[in-house]
Ligand binder design. Structure first.
Ligand code: GCU
Length: 679
C-alpha cells in the first residue's frame, strides 16, 4: 500500500509541476503592453527619445540629437585618447568617497593608454567584474565661433559608466557598444586644467545588453570593461548638421540618391545656407544643390536633397564603389564642413532570396567578435586590417558582426573591401535563464526556478535599453552600404506568442528609423521539434537566421538538412541564413589525439581540426543544396576568450574559430576558402 501511495504522491507532484508550468506559460506569464512602452528606468528615461522633423526620424540621446557617423569634419577636437589613470574599486567606494567631485586620491592609480580594457586575457585582471575608475586632466583652447557648442563624445565604454567633468556629474550611461555625448559648453575651463572622471562597470544586470540571465551568468563572450573606443571633445557651431541619411533608389539604368539632412539649432537662430555636393567614385562632382539662406523656425530643421544619377556605379562586393557626400553649412561667423561615403545599392528580400541590387546573393560568410588576446575588444587599424585581410583570403563576401555594434572603423574598412555586413544589438540569450538550469547541471529540481528567466524578455527597462541600442546603431551606421541586414537578437526566449510579440515590436523600432534594410534575429535551435517549432520571432522577421550546433552540442550533421527543410516548410517565402554552426578545434589537435572531455559537450569530442572541418563541410553542402538557404556564417572567425570553457584544450577559450586566437588558420579555414572560392 505504501509503495502505491508513494508512487501516486510522486505522480501528483509531477502533474502539479507540469500544471504550474503550463499555467505560468499560458495564464500568469507577464504580458507587457509593448506598444505602450512608457519611459522606464532604462535608456528611455531622461534624454532619450525617437522623434521626427518634417517626417525625418532622429534620436535624442543624453538630451542631444544623435549624430550620423561623418568620416570627415572640420570640427576642431580635443582628442582625449592617450594617457589616463585607472584604479580598480572592488568595493565601489569611489562615489561615496567623493573621488570624482572633491578629490581624487593620490595613490592607487595606474597609468594606462586609452582606448583600453582592464580585463584582457593577457592581463592581470582577466576575471575582474566590477567598478574601475579612469581619470585624466586636459587643457583645451578657446574654439572660434565655429565651435560654440562643445560636445564630449565617448565612442564606447563597457559596459556602463558615469561621467564627471570638473566635479560636475554629466550623467550615467547604460550600454557599451554605441557612442554617447554630453554638452559641456558651459563646463569647460579654457584657462586651466579640466578634470574628466569616468566610473566604468563591466557587470551584467538583468536589463543590460547583454543581460545577465541567471545568478552567476556571463555572456558568451568576455565581458570586457573600460574605455575601449575613442574619446574627444568636438567643437561645433551651435547651429549644426547632426544627421544626413542617404537613400538610393535604382530604376533601370538610373538611380536617385536622396539626402535627408537635419540641423540642430541649439543657439540663436541665424539665417543659414546649406550646400550639398555629391562626388562619384572617380572623384568627379555629380552635382551641388543649395538651400537658403533660410532662418530656421524650429530647434530641429529638415532639408531634403535628391541627386539623379544616370548610369550609377553600384556598390557590390566585387566593385565596392563609393560616392562621397559633402555638406557645407554656412551661418554668420560659422562654417561646418562634413563629408561621408555611401553607396548606391539596394538590399531587400524577395522570392525567398536576399536581393542585392535586385539580384539574389548567397552570403558566403563568417561570424566575427571584437576580441584580441592582448587588446581585448579594442580594435585598432592594425587589428582591423589583419582580420579583414584574412577574411578576404577566405573568399568570404559577408561578415556577421556578432553580437553587438562593432567599432565604426571596422565597418568602414569592411565596406571599402566589399564585405556585406549584418549588425546586431547585444540582445543575447535574454530570457533563456531556464535553459541555464541545463548548462549548470543543477538537476531537474532547479528547473522551475529557472523558469522566471523568461520574464526578462518582456522587462520594460530591458526593452527600452534594447530600443536605444537599435536606434543608435542605425543612426551611426545607416549610410554604410555594406550593411544589408539589422539583427535584433541572438538566441533569446522566443517561445510561443509572447516571445514573438517582442520581436514584432523590435522590428517596428528598426522600421521607424530605417525602412531600407531587412531585419532578422538569430534563433538557437535545439533540434527538439517542440522547441524549434514553437518559436515566435521568425513570423516577424524578414530573414530567418538559425544557429545550429548539430554535430557538436547535440545530434549529428545528418540532422542539418531535415531541420532546414522543416523550417522552410513553415516559412516557405522567407530566406534562411544558417547564422551559426561549427565545432571547437584546438589549434593543431588531431583526431588521433582522441576524445577531450570538456563541459557543455555531450558524447565526447576530439576537438580536432579535422572534425571541425568535416562539420563545416557538411553544413556547407546541406546549405548549398537548398535554394532557400540564402547564406551561411560559420561560428567563428577566431578563437576568443570566454569563461564558459575553463576546461577546453586551451582553457577559457572558445575554440570554434577557423583561426586561432593569434589568427593562425586551422584546417577549416583552408577548407572554407576552397568552398567559398568555388561559387
Ligand atoms: C551560441 C552563441 C555564441 C556562442 C556559441 C558557442 O550559438 O550565439 O555566442 O559562442 O553558442 O557555444 O560557442
Amino acid at each position: 500500500m505504501s509503495f502505491f501511495i508513494t508512487v501516486s504522491i510522486i505522480l501528483a507532484a509531477i502533474a502539479s509541476g507540469v500544471l504550474f508550468f503550463l499555467l505560468y506559460l499560458f495564464v500568469f506569464y507577464p504580458r507587457a503592453g509593448l506598444n505602450q512602452l512608457l519611459p522606464g528606468i532604462g535608456a528611455s528615461g531622461d534624454g532619450f527619445a525617437i522623434k521626427e522633423a518634417d517626417g525625418i526620424p532622429y534620436v535624442l540621446s543624453g538630451g542631444l540629437p544623435f549624430p550620423t557617423h561623418f568620416e570627415r569634419s572640420n570640427h576642431p577636437i580635443s582628442d582625449l585618447t592617450g594617457g589616463w589613470h585607472m584604479r580598480f574599486d572592488p568595493e565601489d567606494r569611489g562615489g561615496t568617497e567623493g573621488w570624482p567631485v572633491t578629490k581624487v586620491p593620490d595613490e592607487g592609480w595606474t597609468p594606462v593608454k586609452i582606448p583600453f580594457t582592464f580585463n584582457n586575457a593577457a592581463g592581470a585582471h582577466t576575471s575582474y567584474d566590477g567598478t574601475v575608475w579612469f581619470h585624466r586632466r586636459f587643457r583645451t583652447s578657446t574654439p572660434g565661433a565655429s565651435g560654440s557648442l562643445a560636445r564630449l563624445r565617448f565612442d564606447g565604454v563597457l559596459l556602463r559608466s558615469s561621467i564627471w567633468l570638473n566635479g560636475v556629474k554629466l550623467g550615467d550611461r547604460e550600454g557599451g557598444y554605441t557612442p554617447f555625448f554630453f554638452d559641456v559648453s558651459d563646463l569647460l575651463d579654457y584657462k586651466a586644467d579640466n578634470h574628466l572622471v569616468v566610473r566604468t562597470d563591466n557587470r551584467l544586470t538583468w536589463n543590460s545588453l547583454p543581460p545577465r540571465i541567471w545568478k552567476h551568468h556571463h555572456a558568451g563572450w568576455h565581458t570586457y570593461g573600460g574605455i575601449y573606443r575613442s574619446v574627444c571633445v568636438e567643437f561645433i557651431p551651435d547651429q549644426y548638421i547632426f544627421k544626413a541619411a542617404a537613400t538610393s533608389v535604382i530604376s533601370g539604368k538610373a538611380a536617385n540618391l536622396g539626402l535627408d539632412v537635419l540641423v540642430h539649432n541649439a543657439g540663436e537662430r541665424h539665417a543659414l545656407t546649406l550646400c550639398c555636393s555629391v562626388y562619384g567614385p572617380d572623384g568627379r562632382r555629380i552635382g551641388t544643390q543649395k538651400k537658403g539662406p533660410l532662418t530656421p523656425k524650429d530647434t530641429i530643421s529638415a532639408y531634403r536633397f535628391a541627386f539623379p544619377i544616370s548610369h550609377p556605379s553600384l556598390w557590390t562586393p566585387e566593385h565596392p564603389r563609393l560616392y562621397t557626400v559633402r555638406l557645407l553649412l554656412r551661418r554668420k561667423g560659422a562654417l561646418q564642413d562634413l563629408s561621408f561615403k555611401t553607396g548606391v545599392r539596394t538590399a531587400a528580400v524577395g522570392n525567398g532570396s536576399i536581393l542585392l541590387n535586385g539580384s539574389p546573393v548567397f552570403l558566403k560568410g563568417i561570424c566575427k567578435h571584437e576580441d584580441d588576446p592582448v587588446f581585448g575588444s579594442t580594435q585598432n587599424n592594425t587589428i582591423i586590417a589583419r582580420d579583414l585581410a584574412l577574411i578576404k583570403k577566405l573568399n568570404a563576401n559577408y561578415i556577421r558582426l556578432a553580437h553587438y555594434p562593432h567599432c565604426v572603423k571596422e565597418l568602414c574598412e569592411a565596406r571599402d573591401r566589399g564585405f556585406l555586413l549584418s549588425e546586431e544589438i547585444a540582445n543575447y540569450q535574454t530570457g533563456t535563464g531556464f535553459a541555464a538550469w541545463y548548462e549548470e547541471k543543477q538537476g531537474i529540481l532547479r528547473f522551475p526556478i529557472r523558469m522566471f528567466g523568461m520574464r526578462q524578455m518582456m522587462n520594460r527597462s530591458f526593452l527600452l535599453n534594447a530600443r536605444r541600442e537599435i536606434a543608435e546603431m542605425i543612426e551611426r551606421d545607416r549610410n554604410n552600404p555594406a550593411i544589408i541586414l539589422w539583427s535584433v537578437g541572438n538566441e533569446t526566449y522566443t517561445l510561443f506568442k509572447d516571445g514573438g510579440k517582442v520581436y514584432a515590436w523590435l522590428r517596428e523600432v528598426v522600421r521607424a528609423l530605417d525602412t531600407t534594410r531587412p531585419v532578422t534575429m538569430a534563433e538557437l535551435t535545439y533540434n527538439i521539434p517542440f522547441f524549434d517549432n514553437n518559436r515566435g520571432a521568425a513570423a516577424s522577421m524578414d530573414v530567418i537566421s538559425v544557429n545550429m550546433y548539430c554535430g557538436w552540442y547535440y545530434g549529428s550533421t545528418a540532422d542539418i538538412g531535415p531541420h532546414l527543410d522543416r523550417l522552410h516548410r513553415r516559412f516557405p517565402e522567407k530566406p534562411v541564413i544558417v547564422s551559426e554552426f561549427g565545432a571547437d578545434a584546438a589549434p593543431g589537435r588531431k583526431e588521433d589525439d582522441g576524445v577531450w572531455k570538456a563541459e557543455r559537450v555531450g558524447f565526447g569530442k576530439t576537438y580536432s581540426e579535422e572534425y571541425q572541418a568535416r562539420v563545416i563541410r557538411d553544413y556547407y553542402n546541406a546549405a548549398r543544396s537548398r535554394p532557400f538557404v540564402a547564406g551561411i556564417s560559420p561560428w567563428v572567425f577566431s578563437d576568443f576568450y570566454c569563461t564558459w570553457f575553463p576546461n577546453n584544450p586551451v582553457p577559457f577559450y572558445n575554440l570554434k574559430g577557423i583561426t586561432s586566437a593569434k589568427r593562425v588558420p586551422k584546417a577549416s579555414f583552408h577548407l572554407l576558402r576552397k568552398l567559398y572560392g568555388i561559387r
